[in-house]
Design a protein around this ligand. Sequence first.
Ligand code: GDP
Length: 298
Amino acid sequence: MSSISVAVVGRPNVGKSTLFNALAGSRIAIEADSPGATRDRVLYPLTIEGRTFDLVDTGGIGIVDSQKLEKQVERQITLAIEAADLLVFLVDSRDGITPLDREVAERLRRSGKKVLLTASKVDTQRIEDNLPSFHALGFGDALPVSAKQNRGIYDLEEAILALLPPEAPNAFGAGEGGEQLTKIALVGRRNVGKSTFINQISGTERVIVSDTPGTTRDSLDIAIRSDQGDFVLIDTAGLRKRGQMDDSLEFFGHMRTERAIRRADAVILMLDAMEEIGKVDKRIASFKTISHNSRLRA
Ligand code: GDP
């Protein structure tokens, strides 16, 4: 079961990060982190009107002249585009179409993904006069927004929701009558024994592993059929690397764990009985859930 991903793409300085923050800002369910981290962040799980998806910021990556792209950067952009279900293509309403916009447009067209053309920095009504020119990019009307003035953000959210693919069915396929399997997230710091636990279950129950691993879609949903009933185990094991844990949780590990908890009906927080409860354990325990019937058990 992979989550839905919406990526904000465009050339540098069109306002991707600012827009990303405007969309993510009020909805980040996790407690505020240390300042300065935003630049490195590329993904936030968002819930708008009951739909949850990952908002991916390519702002730190940008799309620059392809001649100047380093391989690694290029790869990241490609991954973000490939992983996305919807691309919010941001252009700057003040600049009109630039050659780089055309290049980005071409690339997005080639991706075959759904593209939502959005014009940034429409701080005043007057700037809207520039919008028809963006038709030439071939993605229809540009949706005007101003992240700074908080204009058009609601409309953009509605447009995103309208273009999202249908909710992913669970690993057993959509249950008849829309029945959803209970989801149990398995969280805990590295090496507490999550994998062993899963292997144990795998040995005794019929386990179906779904989802594709990857840098941003890395939570693993394991559908388990048992005599007592079927359920889905959301595995968050093995992501965090030693040495990257100093600043509480390494970013993707943090996101992944947080998202797993948000999606879950119940959470198993696994602790190492041989060790003291540490900072990371406490941090995980403090994550908020969104499901009303969620409960945290250690
Ligand atoms: P990115 O490189 O595409 O991520 O662009 P940034 O988000 O870093 O923004 C580039 C510049 O545009 C910054 O100076 C922002 O303050 C400015 N900017 C972003 N959104 C708006 C907006 O809605 N109105 C105005 N006037 N400026 C904006």
